[in-house]
Design a protein around this ligand. Structure first.
Ligand code: SF4
Length: 238
């Protein structure tokens, strides 16, 4: 895909999604970090259902640590993998207090050194809490980038590297949220809603579902009709 098409895709998405932002509820970088850790293999919706009560009692690393692992589990047990997540969040709070004075660090290296924090979580925190132009690749973004041809790759890391290399600079800060929202609501895993997609004409996915009135569809219908005609003629001649 060439640069001008990439630019058009981001312009179109920015127009269609005027205020792209995370759907996780949070008030501080620490709350965002906790919410992102909880969201691994869980929906943002399910995380938002438990965090209001949790943040009432544990909005800082000190308070979360004071809850203890068992106490924390009582708040997050509706979320998948809550045992591991509780263990990681307690260790994470302890590390924040010991190494960073209770603050969330602002560098990838320091973030990734925290328990339960991988590259994706670090990218989300750097981008969403601190406004860095990082692009975290999750399952939605991986799918969208491969389908559209925007940044095809066999691994999450390959897709992320291509996005970093090819995303027009002015869209780097919002690219993560534009692509995640497109993947979550339009370019869904099953039955993508191509007819309603703002980048339908730019997308290179061969299996995209075209609306009946689109020129491509009309072309394919007429090609099908020509084939039928040819078969009919051949039948008459035979
Ligand atoms: S046209 Fe279809 S396949 Fe392409 S990005 Fe849009 S929804 Fe996804």
């Amino acid at each position: 895909m060439n640069l001008s098409k990439r630019l058009k895709i981001f312009e179109r998405l920015a127009q269609a999604i005027p205020n792209p932002k995370t759907e996780l509820n949070y008030r501080t970088p620490f709350e965002l970090l906790v919410a992102v850790v909880l969201s691994a293999q869980a929906t943002d919706k399910s995380v938002n259902q438990v965090t209001p009560e949790l943040f009432k009692v544990a909005a800082t690393p000190e308070k979360l640590l004071a809850l203890g692992e068992e106490g924390l589990k009582r708040y997050i047990r509706r979320i998948g993998l809550y045992n591991t997540k509780a263990r990681n969040l307690i260790a994470l709070s302890k590390a924040l207090l010991e190494r960073h004075g209770g603050q969330v660090p602002r560098t990838r290296k320091e973030l990734e050194a925290l328990p339960g924090v991988g590259r994706k979580t670090a990218n989300v925190v750097l981008n969403t809490a601190f406004g860095e132009p990082t692009i975290a690749v999750d399952t939605h973004i991986f799918r969208v980038c491969n389908r559209t041809g925007l940044a095809p790759g066999k691994t999450v890391r390959e897709v992320e590297e291509k996005l970093n290399r090819y995303t027009p600079h002015k869209f780097k800060r919002i690219a993560h949220h534009l692509l995640i929202l497109l993947g979550r609501y339009t370019c869904t895993a099953r039955a993508p809603k191509c007819a309603k997609c703002p980048i339908l004409d730019l997308c290179e996915y061969p299996a995209k579902c075209l609306p009946a009135s689109s020129p491509q569809d009309i072309d394919s219908i007429s090609a099908g009709q020509k084939l039928q005609d040819r078969k009919r003629m051949a039948g008459r001649q035979g």
